[in-house]
Design a protein around this ligand. Sequence first.
Ligand SMILES: [Mn+2]
Length: 324
Amino acid sequence: MKKWMLFDGTTLKRLLQLHYKVGESLSLVKRARFLKDPYDRRVGEVEPLIPLAGVPWDWSTAGRPGARFAPSAIRTELYSLTPLSEDLGELRWGFDDMGDIDIVGGDIIETGRRVVEASRHVMEVAMSRGVPAIFIGGDHSITNWTSRPFVEQGASLVVLDAHYDIRKLTEGVTSGSWLRELVEATKVKALVVGVSEYVNPPYAPSRAKELGVDIISRVELLKDFKSSLERLRSLVAGSKVYLSIDMDHLAQAFAPGVNSPTPLGMTPFESMSVIDTIASSAKVVGIDVVEVVPGADVTGSTPRLAAALLLRAVQRSLVSMNMK
Ligand SMILES: [Mn+2]
């Protein structure tokens, strides 16, 4: 993690002069923690290597806006987690935080251009280091931009989502149409895991079939989890994958802070198994996590769960890539 400077040099000097009497007691801490454990270590302190960029765009939100605040909320949680997991060992490489992509409020054309350009840069850095590239949205429309450079390089797309996101609108923009636009434009091979019919338009299943988008539905996972994971494995095995994690694939009880909540969505444990299956059988080259609306979640559980699943995906991918 980059060293965050809270104040510039002059301000800091003035502050220190103001507080000269407290002198050494004045310390600039990274976060408000009173834990005095010098041997503790957090993800934010691990050697930075995996490039990460925020995409604070939520102008395509038809429901509850506020995903523009997710990059900072998810970062806070991500960097405060412990880099150790009982089955995957210690995270060796941390995040090289490149900051947020400079979006233009309300301007979807210019923002799209900038995000695609920035994503290409992040991808090239990641490729040169042999690690996946990470993006934190933003609403789900950002995936139409962040995934483009990866799709051009032959990556297929795996999406965790309660929604098909293949709408066709008569007017305006929505985060519910990006997958149709992407598939029509690039012919990318796409798979959506965790879809629930009752939160989608009735024409969605037939349109998904027309577009050639594969689906592993929420009900399919529920009925036979083991064979669903086997089908997932066979669909992604050996391929290069861009993984998009829409947090509304989880049940509203676990992820209340999303634009469009899903009452009967997946559990975090099902999600973790799905992520493990993808990251252990495919080569994950890019990962995004989208649709988190921190303001719609008074408990803060959604950004924290988003961070934990992202860390799991990264850690499992590094193990498969022998970058552990
Ligand atoms: Mn969704």
